[in-house]
Design a protein around this ligand. Structure first.
Ligand SMILES: [Zn+2]
Ligand SMILES: [Zn+2]
Length: 440
């Protein structure tokens, strides 16, 4: 199905847009378009409602704030460290939720094979018997890899796997992974096939995660094309995936993987997608350090707001967006304790007041709060293969703790907050998930 994503949603009439977009596709994006058009008239803006609040129902006085690392690599694929070292180091750095997401296409000890580590550093795990889809099976349970049970460490561990042969996708709560003899050791985009010789594409992988009851997040879209194993995708590719696969299992986008060049690309892509899909189909933003080596680790992680720290409550929060993302330009060494983890702006409370027409947030350790809504233009402005800014970023519609969402100009179908704090040369940011705006 073709999805025309080039229409300037805030410049053409709804009827025109529906015609441009065509039948089935049109229905899918009507919600975002409605928001865009509503913003054009002040009468409509007076009827704006917050129709989706990912933080509703949280008791901010009592809820726990739990740091999560949901994208970690170990010796079980191409990482530098044993599972037990990674888990212990992150636990000491205050993380209470973790997912080891080793690449499905690597055998254990890839760095030994590549002569980046001496043979004596090799992991002896897994000790077998191997699972049928070894080596594509997740590094799970951790006790099979010389690590304690997550619960014994006072934390939640999540079964995870990074699907790597096509666009990288993190799979959670499922043992799905792709490795077939016929696939061979070729890098992604090498034309992977299943046991019957049928090609396997991202849609097949996402459906397989769904069928196994798992959740999926599309990873680090902005990695530059300089890697032989990576090929950037056009915006329409992402639109198709989020259109084809509902939020029930394709829950989000890794919009902070924290390479400086990726920041405008990934976050801009997120805003472009939110402009098309909110509030009907949320796409939660995830931030991960994608750690392969603890020295010089990026600081990008999520913070969950939970009544209790259990696997099921973490899963529910992942599905409903009840978390925020912290991301920084500063790097740390999680292996060198105590890790000098930066002080990030704190999201202390969120309050939506429908009568006053406000979203008010309480913050700490924060210099500035910016509210961001849909980009002004939805057409790409440069070549996504070569530019790190191929599309417009989200539009800043207000600065300050309290957003008057019926009065602020430029609010379309969603709004999200960015809390920032400067420390010397570095900027530490905390990003909320999007609030859905509708009701016009
Ligand atoms: Zn990856
Ligand atoms: Zn990764």
């Amino acid at each position: 199905m073709q999805f025309d994503h080039t229409f300037p949603g805030n410049q053409i009439s709804r009827r025109q847009a529906l015609r441009v977009m065509g039948g089935a596709s049109a229905a899918a994006a009507t919600a975002s378009l409605t928001g865009a058009i509503a913003a054009d008239s002040s009468a409509a803006s007076q009827r704006r409602l917050v129709v989706l609040n990912p933080y509703s129902g949280i008791d901010w006085r009592t809820c726990g704030r739990h740091k999560a690392a949901l994208h970690l690599h170990t010796l079980q694929s191409d990482g530098q460290h044993p599972v037990v070292e990674v888990v212990n180091a992150y636990r000491k750095a205050g993380f209470e939720i973790m997912s080891i997401t080793d690449h499905d296409w690597n055998y254990p000890n890839a760095r030994v094979e590549w002569k980046m580590l001496p043979p004596e550093k090799a992991s002896p795990y897994p000790k077998g018997p191997f699972r049928p889809n070894f080596p594509a099976d997740p590094t799970w349970p951790w006790t099979d890899y010389g690590c304690s049970e997550p619960r014994a460490l006072g934390m939640v561990g999540i079964q995870g796997n990074e699907l790597t042969f096509r666009h990288h996708i993190n799979s959670y709560f499922s043992d799905y992974g792709v490795w077939y003899t016929r696939t061979g050791k070729r890098a992604p985009y090498g034309g992977i096939v299943d046991a019957n010789g049928k090609e396997v594409w991202e849609d097949d992988q996402l459906l397989a995660i769904r069928d196994k009851g798992g959740l999926a997040v599309i990873n680090h879209p902005g990695i530059p094309n300089v890697h032989a194993w990576w090929e950037r995708k056009p915006l329409s590719w992402y639109v198709d995936r989020y259109q084809k696969h509902p939020a029930k299992y394709l829950i989000g986008l890794e919009m902070a993987n924290n390479e400086p060049s990726q920041y405008p690309y990934d976050e801009g892509l997120w805003d472009q997608l939110l402009a098309r899909f909110m509030p009907r189909r949320p796409i939660w933003g995830f931030g991960n350090d994608d750690m392969h080596e603890m020295k010089g680790a990026r600081q990008a992680f999520t913070v969950f707001f939970l009544d209790q720290l259990t696997e099921s409550s973490v899963r529910k929060a992942m599905e409903s967006g009840r978390f925020c993302v912290c991301t920084s330009t500063k790097r740390v060494d999680y292996g060198n304790q105590p890790a000098a983890v930066s002080v990030f702006p704190k999201l202390a409370a969120v309050e939506v007041d429908e009568t006053a027409g406000t979203i008010r947030i309480e913050v700490a350790d924060c210099d500035q709060v910016r509210w961001i809504s849909a980009p002004e233009a939805l057409e790409p402005v440069a070549d996504y293969k070569t530019s790190d800014r191929p599309w417009q970023q989200g539009r800043v519609v207000h600065v300050g703790n309290t957003l008057h969402y019926r009065q602020a100009a430029g609010i379309h179908n969603y709004v999200r907050a960015e809390l920032s704090r400067t420390e010397g040369q570095d900027t530490h940011r905390t990003l909320t998930n999007p609030f859905g705006i509708g009701g016009a």
